[in-house]
Design a protein around this ligand. Sequence first.
Ligand code: AMP
Ligand code: MG
Length: 343
Amino acid sequence: METKLFQNPNSEQELNEAAAILRDGGLLGIPTETVYGLGANALNETAVKNIFIAKGRPQDNPLIVHIPDASWLPRCAASVPDAAYRLAERFWPGPLTIILPRHPSIPLQTTGGLETVGIRCPNHPVTRELIRRSGVPIAAPSGNTSGKPSPTTAQHMLADMDGKIDGIFDGGASAVGVESTIIDLTVTPPRLLRPGGLPLESLREVLGEVAVDRAVTEKLAEGERPRAPGMKYRHYAPKAPVTVVTGSPKASAAYIAANAPEGAGVLCFKEYLALFSDRITQSLGSENDQGEQARRVFDALRRFDQTPVTEIFAQCPDPTGLGLAVSNRLKKAAGFHVVEVAE
Ligand code: AMP
Ligand code: MG
């Protein structure tokens, strides 16, 4: 199959052609502010099955359903509590996925067999327009091959999906860079299932008490089932094994300088690139800029795949604000191989 690259958001013809791919059961790479998604008609079981095949994704790992605005919530959820509308009002379009009871029109193939469904309104004009034109909710997981770092550019996505899907709409680099925050509103108190582009602190401003699922910060025991099925898989991993080092940037840098063997690459804050000038490095951005860290993390992990590093040591941001999502992605890339340095 030839994968067509769409590049002109001002072309009626391109928008209509891309929307028709979605409506008619094809697979389309869609730009969002979090990461690129692999989209298909969420109501079409065959199309959704093809997403799993293209990604090599386990069948029990549910997809997020994308809608162009909150008025579509009742089309996807069997019931919509007031809290969902309050969150949508404040944070949509944006990097927040809300888990609600599944509407019967959303097939179990889309929800990985669950009676709940994750719904999000992405903040990217091209994708919202494509969903509107297609007329159907769009199921889309991240557009990477299962297990690899998520794509934040059309080029990343082409590298994984060329020849496997009908097209990709290039909407520029993703502005946030990590996936959506997932909040489960089917339990009391609401529960954070995955940290992401919307900080936990912001959710608490609207909802009050929010529980944090254990899978966010810890490796689960063999056979243990997290509430967000995706959290149990090894994820975001470059080819070389990763060790994450927590602690203050100064302390983690000192640990890596003293302990990384020859041949190891370093993923470090910009301020420490000079310290590791004799190694292969990728910058995670400034230690003071969490937004930059989120935008860079997946691209930096992918770039190591083009180098001969034997392993990777990564400095890890504090788990506050967007740092909770970035540290979670790094720890998952490392299979939770974490060294905690005091300080
Ligand atoms: P991805 O877009 O590739 O990050 O995958 C979406 C992730 O959202 C899945 O891996 C799940 O962990 C989570 N998710 C989607 N729908 C649900 C749901 N109904 N309940 C719990 N988690 C969900
Ligand atoms: Mg993913």
